[in-house]
Design a protein around this ligand. Sequence first.
Ligand SMILES: O=C(O)[C@H](O)[C@H](O)COP(=O)(O)O
Ligand SMILES: [Mg+2]
Length: 310
Amino acid sequence: MTKKLDATVFHNGFLNSFDFVLTDCDGVLWNRNEAIPGAKETINALQDMGKTVIFVTNNSSKSRYEYHRKCEVLGFKSSVDRIFPTSYCVAVYLKSIDFKKKVYVLGSSGIAGELHSAGIPFLPVGPDPMPETEYWYNWVAKELKLDSEVGAVVVGFDQHVSYPKLVKTVSYLKDPNCVYIATNIDEQFQTDLKHLVIPGTGAFIRAVEAVSGRTPIVLGKPAKFLYDCIKYQYPDLDPSKGIIIGDRLSTDILLGRSTGLRTLLVLTGVSDLNEVERCSNSNCENKQMMVPDYYLPSLADLGRLMGVIQ
Ligand SMILES: O=C(O)[C@H](O)[C@H](O)COP(=O)(O)O
Ligand SMILES: [Mg+2]
């Protein structure tokens, strides 16, 4: 059963019960480029008291270095080796399978940056629009060339998704030996634009699957690969002394529960207490695994309990 992390729980040894924190980013630390009030004071205070704080995000739009810069700009103490975006996981995965060919990316520059850092060749990333004047068949038949050296397709969030890109993605995946990786399967982005629904990477994965019949190797939360990347770099981490702080039951909390971490849900992002109640009342085991140990309205409330925010 979820408990509010109140003063009684907090003063009953909460801070001493963990040595490290996996903190989610979108919806916990910031929303787009605005820090969530109180988040940086809390995260920095946890680090000042000796907790290992590791930043995890399903968002593949930036490389580790770019996220480190974002942390600096927004005032979060961090270091590159403590930041695990799914863009970085792509490079780690391809290295782990001794991948030697070229990558086609339906995704953004964050993935390209990490592939470049890892020395893995990839086709240019960026807009690839269908010319307005051409009938699609004529253009595809004449202009669309596949690169025979491509041996892997990576799908992440891509704000320039286009018909040519989808044709290339599913055409490369015709080869059953072509490795198919997804950074994450989050169907939509959470934004303050409540009148709009913003498709996320999961929308592209479903479209690709409908055509190619291929299901990807998913690296982001709730899949364990992102956690395995952290454990590989920090082998001494004991999950019984760790906590994950997240805003999404289906990714952050599910990963925490499946890896033995304690789980704290904050209500500044995707999930709310109604969703927690639905999961608590569900007979589905997977839904039960999305029920957090604790919840707070925001990370600032943890900072207030710690006495670092008034
Ligand atoms: O599709 C995405 O990029 C994700 O939905 C989104 O950005 C979540 O990021 P996280 O909450 O894991 O930081
Ligand atoms: Mg989030």
